[in-house]
Write a protein of this length. Structure first.
Length: 401
Protein backbone atom coordinates (compact mmCIF):
# COMPACT_ATOMS: atom_id res chain seq x y z
CA UNK A 1 0.00 0.00 0.00
CA UNK A 2 1.24 3.45 -0.92
CA UNK A 3 2.13 5.95 1.80
CA UNK A 4 -0.59 8.49 2.59
CA UNK A 5 1.56 11.39 1.36
CA UNK A 6 1.79 9.99 -2.21
CA UNK A 7 -0.38 11.87 -4.73
CA UNK A 8 -1.76 10.27 -7.88
CA UNK A 9 -0.79 12.06 -11.16
CA UNK A 10 -3.19 13.20 -13.91
CA UNK A 11 -4.45 10.48 -16.13
CA UNK A 12 -4.12 10.90 -19.89
CA UNK A 13 -7.87 11.47 -20.18
CA UNK A 14 -7.79 14.26 -17.61
CA UNK A 15 -4.86 15.90 -19.35
CA UNK A 16 -6.65 15.81 -22.70
CA UNK A 17 -9.76 17.32 -21.13
CA UNK A 18 -7.73 20.19 -19.68
CA UNK A 19 -6.04 20.80 -23.04
CA UNK A 20 -9.41 20.77 -24.79
CA UNK A 21 -10.82 23.29 -22.31
CA UNK A 22 -7.81 25.57 -22.73
CA UNK A 23 -8.15 25.30 -26.52
CA UNK A 24 -11.83 26.24 -26.34
CA UNK A 25 -11.03 29.24 -24.16
CA UNK A 26 -8.33 30.40 -26.57
CA UNK A 27 -10.67 29.94 -29.51
CA UNK A 28 -13.21 32.11 -27.74
CA UNK A 29 -10.64 34.68 -26.67
CA UNK A 30 -8.80 35.25 -29.96
CA UNK A 31 -11.78 36.61 -31.93
CA UNK A 32 -12.54 38.91 -29.02
CA UNK A 33 -8.95 40.17 -29.04
CA UNK A 34 -9.03 40.62 -32.80
CA UNK A 35 -12.34 42.43 -32.59
CA UNK A 36 -10.93 44.71 -29.91
CA UNK A 37 -7.90 45.46 -32.07
CA UNK A 38 -10.08 46.23 -35.09
CA UNK A 39 -12.28 48.44 -32.93
CA UNK A 40 -9.17 50.37 -31.91
CA UNK A 41 -8.02 50.64 -35.52
CA UNK A 42 -11.44 51.80 -36.65
CA UNK A 43 -11.45 54.37 -33.87
CA UNK A 44 -8.07 55.65 -35.07
CA UNK A 45 -9.41 55.81 -38.63
CA UNK A 46 -12.42 57.74 -37.35
CA UNK A 47 -10.09 60.16 -35.56
CA UNK A 48 -8.01 60.65 -38.71
CA UNK A 49 -11.10 61.54 -40.70
CA UNK A 50 -12.32 63.78 -37.90
CA UNK A 51 -9.07 65.73 -38.15
CA UNK A 52 -9.58 66.01 -41.90
CA UNK A 53 -13.06 67.40 -41.29
CA UNK A 54 -11.73 69.97 -38.82
CA UNK A 55 -8.95 70.95 -41.22
CA UNK A 56 -11.48 71.37 -44.03
CA UNK A 57 -13.58 73.72 -41.92
CA UNK A 58 -10.52 75.69 -40.83
CA UNK A 59 -9.50 76.00 -44.49
CA UNK A 60 -13.02 77.18 -45.33
CA UNK A 61 -12.86 79.76 -42.54
CA UNK A 62 -9.57 81.07 -43.93
CA UNK A 63 -10.54 81.18 -47.62
CA UNK A 64 -14.35 81.11 -47.56
CA UNK A 65 -14.22 78.09 -49.87
CA UNK A 66 -13.21 74.47 -49.90
CA UNK A 67 -10.01 73.52 -51.72
CA UNK A 68 -10.11 72.26 -55.27
CA UNK A 69 -8.31 69.03 -56.11
CA UNK A 70 -6.68 70.49 -59.19
CA UNK A 71 -5.52 73.76 -60.68
CA UNK A 72 -4.75 73.49 -64.35
CA UNK A 73 -4.29 75.76 -67.33
CA UNK A 74 -7.00 75.15 -69.90
CA UNK A 75 -5.93 72.78 -72.64
CA UNK A 76 -5.69 74.89 -75.78
CA UNK A 77 -3.59 72.99 -78.27
CA UNK A 78 -3.05 69.64 -79.90
CA UNK A 79 -0.72 66.98 -78.60
CA UNK A 80 1.92 68.29 -81.02
CA UNK A 81 1.53 71.80 -79.58
CA UNK A 82 2.07 70.40 -76.14
CA UNK A 83 5.23 68.54 -77.10
CA UNK A 84 6.65 71.65 -78.78
CA UNK A 85 5.77 74.06 -75.99
CA UNK A 86 7.88 72.44 -73.31
CA UNK A 87 7.39 71.70 -69.67
CA UNK A 88 5.96 74.39 -67.44
CA UNK A 89 4.08 76.17 -70.21
CA UNK A 90 0.35 76.63 -70.47
CA UNK A 91 0.32 74.14 -73.32
CA UNK A 92 1.90 71.47 -71.13
CA UNK A 93 -1.40 71.15 -69.27
CA UNK A 94 -2.29 68.49 -71.78
CA UNK A 95 -3.72 65.87 -69.50
CA UNK A 96 -5.49 65.74 -66.18
CA UNK A 97 -2.40 65.05 -64.13
CA UNK A 98 -0.01 67.50 -65.72
CA UNK A 99 -0.46 70.03 -62.95
CA UNK A 100 -2.38 68.80 -59.97
CA UNK A 101 -2.04 68.49 -56.22
CA UNK A 102 -4.51 66.85 -53.89
CA UNK A 103 -6.96 68.48 -51.52
CA UNK A 104 -4.96 66.88 -48.70
CA UNK A 105 -1.86 68.80 -49.78
CA UNK A 106 -3.75 72.05 -49.34
CA UNK A 107 -5.04 71.03 -45.92
CA UNK A 108 -1.59 70.33 -44.45
CA UNK A 109 -1.12 73.76 -42.79
CA UNK A 110 -4.45 73.21 -41.01
CA UNK A 111 -3.34 69.81 -39.68
CA UNK A 112 -0.13 70.99 -37.99
CA UNK A 113 1.86 69.70 -40.97
CA UNK A 114 3.45 72.95 -42.12
CA UNK A 115 6.84 71.23 -42.44
CA UNK A 116 5.46 68.79 -45.01
CA UNK A 117 3.59 71.60 -46.76
CA UNK A 118 6.80 73.63 -47.06
CA UNK A 119 8.44 70.75 -48.94
CA UNK A 120 6.05 71.24 -51.87
CA UNK A 121 7.78 73.60 -54.33
CA UNK A 122 4.56 74.84 -55.93
CA UNK A 123 1.33 74.49 -53.98
CA UNK A 124 -0.75 74.76 -57.15
CA UNK A 125 0.43 71.74 -59.06
CA UNK A 126 2.65 68.71 -59.30
CA UNK A 127 4.79 68.97 -62.41
CA UNK A 128 5.08 65.68 -64.22
CA UNK A 129 6.33 64.49 -67.57
CA UNK A 130 3.68 65.11 -70.20
CA UNK A 131 5.10 64.27 -73.60
CA UNK A 132 8.19 62.46 -74.77
CA UNK A 133 10.11 65.70 -75.24
CA UNK A 134 9.84 66.69 -71.58
CA UNK A 135 11.88 64.37 -69.36
CA UNK A 136 12.10 64.30 -65.61
CA UNK A 137 15.16 66.52 -65.90
CA UNK A 138 13.00 69.57 -66.57
CA UNK A 139 9.48 68.48 -65.65
CA UNK A 140 9.87 67.35 -62.07
CA UNK A 141 11.03 70.59 -60.55
CA UNK A 142 9.74 74.07 -60.01
CA UNK A 143 12.13 76.97 -59.62
CA UNK A 144 14.95 74.54 -58.98
CA UNK A 145 13.15 72.49 -56.33
CA UNK A 146 12.12 68.87 -56.63
CA UNK A 147 8.77 67.43 -55.62
CA UNK A 148 10.42 64.21 -54.52
CA UNK A 149 11.10 65.27 -50.93
CA UNK A 150 7.45 66.10 -50.35
CA UNK A 151 5.94 63.14 -52.16
CA UNK A 152 8.14 60.51 -50.51
CA UNK A 153 7.24 61.68 -47.00
CA UNK A 154 4.83 59.24 -45.28
CA UNK A 155 2.14 61.01 -43.27
CA UNK A 156 0.39 58.75 -40.71
CA UNK A 157 -2.77 60.89 -40.61
CA UNK A 158 -3.48 59.84 -44.20
CA UNK A 159 -3.31 56.12 -43.40
CA UNK A 160 -6.04 53.85 -42.08
CA UNK A 161 -4.41 51.44 -39.57
CA UNK A 162 -6.63 48.58 -40.79
CA UNK A 163 -4.87 48.62 -44.17
CA UNK A 164 -1.63 46.59 -43.96
CA UNK A 165 -0.13 48.28 -47.03
CA UNK A 166 3.25 49.98 -46.51
CA UNK A 167 3.50 53.67 -45.67
CA UNK A 168 5.49 54.23 -48.85
CA UNK A 169 5.33 52.58 -52.22
CA UNK A 170 8.00 52.26 -54.89
CA UNK A 171 6.40 53.22 -58.17
CA UNK A 172 7.80 52.60 -61.63
CA UNK A 173 11.44 53.44 -62.23
CA UNK A 174 12.54 56.29 -64.44
CA UNK A 175 13.83 53.89 -67.07
CA UNK A 176 10.43 52.21 -67.36
CA UNK A 177 8.69 55.55 -67.54
CA UNK A 178 10.94 57.20 -70.08
CA UNK A 179 8.99 56.05 -73.12
CA UNK A 180 5.62 57.25 -71.87
CA UNK A 181 3.74 59.62 -74.18
CA UNK A 182 0.94 62.16 -73.93
CA UNK A 183 -1.53 59.71 -75.37
CA UNK A 184 -0.66 56.98 -72.89
CA UNK A 185 -1.41 59.15 -69.92
CA UNK A 186 1.71 61.21 -69.50
CA UNK A 187 3.82 59.67 -66.75
CA UNK A 188 1.24 59.25 -64.04
CA UNK A 189 3.79 58.18 -61.45
CA UNK A 190 6.67 60.44 -62.37
CA UNK A 191 5.50 63.28 -60.20
CA UNK A 192 7.84 62.46 -57.33
CA UNK A 193 10.64 60.94 -59.31
CA UNK A 194 14.16 62.23 -59.54
CA UNK A 195 16.19 61.09 -62.57
CA UNK A 196 17.50 57.57 -62.24
CA UNK A 197 15.76 56.51 -59.03
CA UNK A 198 12.51 54.79 -58.11
CA UNK A 199 9.58 57.08 -57.43
CA UNK A 200 9.05 56.44 -53.73
CA UNK A 201 5.80 58.02 -52.58
CA UNK A 202 3.86 58.30 -49.33
CA UNK A 203 0.64 56.30 -49.59
CA UNK A 204 -2.86 57.49 -48.75
CA UNK A 205 -6.09 55.75 -47.70
CA UNK A 206 -8.33 58.79 -47.55
CA UNK A 207 -10.21 60.07 -50.58
CA UNK A 208 -12.22 63.16 -51.42
CA UNK A 209 -15.74 62.69 -52.77
CA UNK A 210 -16.21 63.96 -56.32
CA UNK A 211 -19.93 63.13 -56.36
CA UNK A 212 -22.14 60.38 -57.68
CA UNK A 213 -20.40 59.89 -61.08
CA UNK A 214 -23.84 59.32 -62.57
CA UNK A 215 -24.83 60.66 -65.99
CA UNK A 216 -21.97 62.91 -67.09
CA UNK A 217 -20.58 63.67 -63.66
CA UNK A 218 -17.79 61.11 -64.10
CA UNK A 219 -15.99 63.75 -66.23
CA UNK A 220 -13.81 65.40 -63.60
CA UNK A 221 -12.55 68.07 -65.98
CA UNK A 222 -15.79 69.88 -65.25
CA UNK A 223 -18.12 70.69 -62.37
CA UNK A 224 -19.24 67.51 -60.63
CA UNK A 225 -22.31 67.03 -58.48
CA UNK A 226 -20.13 66.46 -55.40
CA UNK A 227 -18.46 68.73 -52.88
CA UNK A 228 -15.17 68.87 -54.82
CA UNK A 229 -14.57 69.68 -58.47
CA UNK A 230 -11.78 70.43 -60.88
CA UNK A 231 -10.68 74.07 -60.52
CA UNK A 232 -13.80 74.88 -58.49
CA UNK A 233 -13.32 76.69 -55.21
CA UNK A 234 -16.83 76.17 -53.87
CA UNK A 235 -18.02 76.83 -50.35
CA UNK A 236 -20.47 74.99 -48.15
CA UNK A 237 -23.27 76.96 -49.79
CA UNK A 238 -23.22 74.34 -52.54
CA UNK A 239 -24.36 71.75 -50.02
CA UNK A 240 -28.03 72.60 -50.28
CA UNK A 241 -28.88 69.14 -48.91
CA UNK A 242 -27.33 70.28 -45.65
CA UNK A 243 -23.74 69.65 -44.67
CA UNK A 244 -24.68 66.63 -42.55
CA UNK A 245 -26.19 64.95 -45.64
CA UNK A 246 -23.16 65.32 -47.92
CA UNK A 247 -20.07 63.11 -47.85
CA UNK A 248 -16.77 64.94 -48.29
CA UNK A 249 -14.24 62.20 -47.40
CA UNK A 250 -14.12 58.44 -47.16
CA UNK A 251 -11.45 55.79 -47.51
CA UNK A 252 -10.10 53.24 -49.93
CA UNK A 253 -7.57 50.40 -49.96
CA UNK A 254 -4.09 50.95 -51.35
CA UNK A 255 -3.29 49.02 -54.53
CA UNK A 256 -0.52 46.49 -55.12
CA UNK A 257 1.78 48.86 -57.10
CA UNK A 258 1.49 46.92 -60.38
CA UNK A 259 1.83 48.97 -63.56
CA UNK A 260 -0.10 47.45 -66.44
CA UNK A 261 0.84 50.24 -68.84
CA UNK A 262 4.48 49.19 -68.69
CA UNK A 263 4.16 45.48 -67.85
CA UNK A 264 1.60 44.01 -70.23
CA UNK A 265 1.72 40.71 -68.33
CA UNK A 266 -0.14 42.27 -65.40
CA UNK A 267 -3.65 40.82 -65.36
CA UNK A 268 -6.82 41.13 -63.30
CA UNK A 269 -6.53 40.84 -59.52
CA UNK A 270 -7.57 37.84 -57.46
CA UNK A 271 -11.40 37.94 -57.45
CA UNK A 272 -11.25 37.87 -53.66
CA UNK A 273 -9.08 41.01 -53.68
CA UNK A 274 -10.74 43.28 -56.26
CA UNK A 275 -9.22 46.35 -54.66
CA UNK A 276 -5.66 45.32 -55.54
CA UNK A 277 -5.80 46.60 -59.13
CA UNK A 278 -7.97 48.99 -61.08
CA UNK A 279 -9.09 48.15 -64.56
CA UNK A 280 -7.88 50.81 -66.97
CA UNK A 281 -8.46 51.53 -70.63
CA UNK A 282 -6.57 54.67 -71.68
CA UNK A 283 -8.13 54.75 -75.14
CA UNK A 284 -11.77 53.92 -74.45
CA UNK A 285 -13.87 56.98 -75.27
CA UNK A 286 -10.92 59.39 -75.04
CA UNK A 287 -11.39 62.60 -77.07
CA UNK A 288 -8.42 61.64 -79.27
CA UNK A 289 -6.42 64.66 -80.53
CA UNK A 290 -9.13 67.19 -79.79
CA UNK A 291 -7.38 68.69 -76.79
CA UNK A 292 -9.66 71.71 -76.54
CA UNK A 293 -12.33 70.96 -73.95
CA UNK A 294 -15.65 72.76 -74.20
CA UNK A 295 -18.06 70.79 -72.06
CA UNK A 296 -18.68 67.61 -70.09
CA UNK A 297 -19.47 64.25 -71.56
CA UNK A 298 -16.69 64.19 -74.14
CA UNK A 299 -16.28 60.45 -73.76
CA UNK A 300 -19.10 58.52 -75.34
CA UNK A 301 -20.70 55.46 -73.84
CA UNK A 302 -19.60 55.95 -70.24
CA UNK A 303 -22.75 57.44 -68.74
CA UNK A 304 -23.99 55.07 -65.99
CA UNK A 305 -22.01 52.04 -67.20
CA UNK A 306 -22.31 48.49 -65.91
CA UNK A 307 -18.88 48.34 -64.24
CA UNK A 308 -18.62 44.52 -63.82
CA UNK A 309 -19.50 44.05 -67.49
CA UNK A 310 -17.22 46.81 -68.72
CA UNK A 311 -14.30 45.40 -66.72
CA UNK A 312 -14.61 42.30 -68.89
CA UNK A 313 -15.37 43.93 -72.22
CA UNK A 314 -13.30 47.14 -72.17
CA UNK A 315 -10.26 46.68 -69.95
CA UNK A 316 -6.84 46.62 -71.57
CA UNK A 317 -4.61 47.26 -68.55
CA UNK A 318 -4.60 46.56 -64.82
CA UNK A 319 -2.84 48.89 -62.40
CA UNK A 320 -2.38 48.91 -58.64
CA UNK A 321 -2.21 52.69 -58.41
CA UNK A 322 -4.97 53.29 -55.90
CA UNK A 323 -3.83 55.57 -53.08
CA UNK A 324 -0.21 55.54 -54.19
CA UNK A 325 0.52 59.19 -53.27
CA UNK A 326 -1.16 61.68 -50.91
CA UNK A 327 0.37 64.56 -52.88
CA UNK A 328 -1.41 63.73 -56.12
CA UNK A 329 -4.87 64.91 -57.13
CA UNK A 330 -5.21 62.18 -59.72
CA UNK A 331 -8.57 60.38 -59.47
CA UNK A 332 -7.10 56.97 -58.62
CA UNK A 333 -4.72 58.50 -56.07
CA UNK A 334 -7.02 60.51 -53.80
CA UNK A 335 -10.62 60.63 -55.05
CA UNK A 336 -13.72 58.42 -55.01
CA UNK A 337 -17.33 58.64 -56.09
CA UNK A 338 -20.52 57.10 -54.74
CA UNK A 339 -21.34 55.43 -58.06
CA UNK A 340 -20.84 51.97 -56.50
CA UNK A 341 -21.74 51.08 -52.95
CA UNK A 342 -18.85 50.66 -50.45
CA UNK A 343 -16.61 47.63 -50.87
CA UNK A 344 -18.03 46.51 -54.23
CA UNK A 345 -17.09 42.92 -55.19
CA UNK A 346 -15.48 44.13 -58.44
CA UNK A 347 -12.51 46.29 -59.32
CA UNK A 348 -12.58 50.01 -59.93
CA UNK A 349 -12.35 51.08 -63.55
CA UNK A 350 -10.77 54.15 -65.07
CA UNK A 351 -10.36 55.83 -68.43
CA UNK A 352 -7.67 58.33 -69.33
CA UNK A 353 -6.71 60.62 -66.44
CA UNK A 354 -9.89 62.52 -65.63
CA UNK A 355 -12.53 59.85 -66.10
CA UNK A 356 -13.19 56.91 -63.87
CA UNK A 357 -15.31 55.13 -61.32
CA UNK A 358 -13.34 54.73 -58.10
CA UNK A 359 -15.06 53.37 -54.99
CA UNK A 360 -14.90 53.74 -51.23
CA UNK A 361 -13.35 50.64 -49.66
CA UNK A 362 -11.88 49.56 -46.35
CA UNK A 363 -10.79 46.54 -44.31
CA UNK A 364 -13.28 47.48 -41.61
CA UNK A 365 -15.81 44.63 -41.47
CA UNK A 366 -19.04 45.56 -43.21
CA UNK A 367 -18.46 49.08 -44.48
CA UNK A 368 -16.46 52.30 -44.49
CA UNK A 369 -15.99 55.43 -42.44
CA UNK A 370 -17.14 58.67 -44.05
CA UNK A 371 -16.71 62.32 -43.14
CA UNK A 372 -19.71 64.54 -43.76
CA UNK A 373 -19.75 68.20 -44.65
CA UNK A 374 -20.41 69.24 -41.06
CA UNK A 375 -17.19 67.49 -39.96
CA UNK A 376 -18.89 64.53 -38.31
CA UNK A 377 -17.66 60.99 -39.00
CA UNK A 378 -19.92 57.96 -39.27
CA UNK A 379 -19.78 54.36 -40.40
CA UNK A 380 -21.83 53.40 -43.46
CA UNK A 381 -22.64 49.78 -44.19
CA UNK A 382 -21.70 48.24 -47.50
CA UNK A 383 -25.34 47.10 -47.74
CA UNK A 384 -26.58 50.70 -47.96
CA UNK A 385 -29.15 51.22 -50.71
CA UNK A 386 -27.42 52.39 -53.89
CA UNK A 387 -29.79 55.33 -54.37
CA UNK A 388 -29.17 56.55 -50.83
CA UNK A 389 -25.41 56.19 -51.21
CA UNK A 390 -25.34 58.08 -54.51
CA UNK A 391 -27.40 60.92 -53.07
CA UNK A 392 -25.01 61.19 -50.12
CA UNK A 393 -22.27 61.89 -52.64
CA UNK A 394 -24.17 64.81 -54.15
CA UNK A 395 -23.92 68.32 -52.82
CA UNK A 396 -27.43 68.98 -54.09
CA UNK A 397 -29.56 65.89 -54.67
CA UNK A 398 -32.75 67.89 -54.96
CA UNK A 399 -34.41 65.79 -52.28
CA UNK A 400 -34.50 68.54 -49.66
CA UNK A 401 -36.32 71.09 -51.80
Amino acid sequence: MFPSFFRRAFTLVELLVVIAIVGILIALLLPAVQAAREAARRMQCTNNQKQLGIALHNYHSAYNAMPTFCVNAQRTGTAEDVAAAGSGSKESACCFGAKTVSVFSRLLPFMEQTAAYDLIPNREWVSINCGTQQSRLNALSYQGKTFHNAAKTPLPMFRCPSDPAPNTTAAITSEAAAARTVQSGGGNKEAAQDPGEPSTTGTCNYMICTGSATDFYYDLLFQTDGAFSWEKWSGVERMTDGTSNVIVFSESIIGDESNGLVDTAVGPPDPFQPWARCGFNPSYGFPATNWTTTGPGLTNGLANPDIPAILVSNTTNWMGWRGYMWLSGRPYATTFSTYSTPNPPYSDWGVSNAYGFYSARSFHPGGVNVTRGDGSVSFISETVALGVWRNLGKADSGLTK
